[in-house]
Design a protein around this ligand. Structure first.
Ligand code: CA
Length: 236
């Protein structure tokens, strides 16, 4: 009802009762859904069906949720696909790893289907920003990035950035709260024909953190994938 084209959600879950319950509640709310029972099947459907979001169970046969999430993030065409992970309470450490590996949010089992639907909607709202056209400026705490004047300001004081540092910061600010792989950043800032390595990204992130100390805590390194600028409204 909220959008003209219903969003398509792929549920990757091996327990049929849970998959059906999630499907039922999502469809009651106007979403379209498909179900995959295993990781490999899920990955195939990600490519073939182009879902708008994946609800991904952590514990799956053949290939677990972490591995699937990583594969989704590494492939350039699905690098920004929203992933909500389903975890069990006892797997708290895995939950953290799930977020480190690029899940956008998680819900612990057992969960109320209504709560899950609420979280799905919240995630769509939060990630909508990434689809919006580029802004003319971005504010992040005391940091202001003014694209029209090509200036980075901290409390009104200009910080001198190189063009690449500026471009990196712009990407991170535009996708706040999302994991961006080194390849995504490299392509966005340096371009597809750039011959350098993904290490270049690390070097420039380090320089950004030195020049703008508030970014030192705010830019999180996501194990073996890339970087994420913390959402300022998030509790974590
Ligand atoms: Ca399972």
């Amino acid at each position: 009802m909220s959008s003209p084209t219903p969003k398509k959600i792929l549920i990757i879950e091996d327990e049929p009762e849970i998959a059906q319950l999630v499907k039922l509640y999502l469809e009651k709310d106007g979403f379209r859904t498909t179900i995959a029972k295993t990781g490999p099947e899920g990955l195939k459907m990600v490519k073939a069906d182009r879902p708008d979001m994946v609800i991904l169970d952590l514990m799956l046969p053949e290939m677990d949720g972490l591995e699937i999430c990583k594969k989704i993030r590494i492939a350039p065409d699905t690098a920004l696909l929203p992933v909500l992970m389903l975890t069990a309470k006892a797997e708290e450490s895995d939950t953290i790893i799930g977020l480190e590996l690029g899940a956008d949010d998680y819900v612990s089992k057992p969960f109320s289907p209504k709560v899950l639907v609420t979280r799905v909607k919240a995630l769509f709202r939060r990630l909508q920003r990434s689809d919006e056209p580029k802004h003319s400026s971005y504010a992040y705490g005391s940091l202001l990035l003014d694209l029209s004047r090509h200036e980075a300001l901290i409390d009104g004081e200009e910080i001198l950035l190189t063009a690449k540092e500026f471009g990196l910061l712009e990407q991170l600010l535009h996708h706040t709260g999302r994991v961006l792989t080194r390849d995504v950043l490299l392509n966005a800032v340096w371009g597809y024909d750039y011959y350098g390595t993904t290490r270049t990204v690390d070097v420039h992130i380090r320089r950004l953190k030195l020049k703008i100390p508030l970014l030192d805590d705010a830019i999180i390194s996501v194990k073996s994938l890339g970087y994420k600028l913390k959402d300022r409204n998030a509790s974590d």
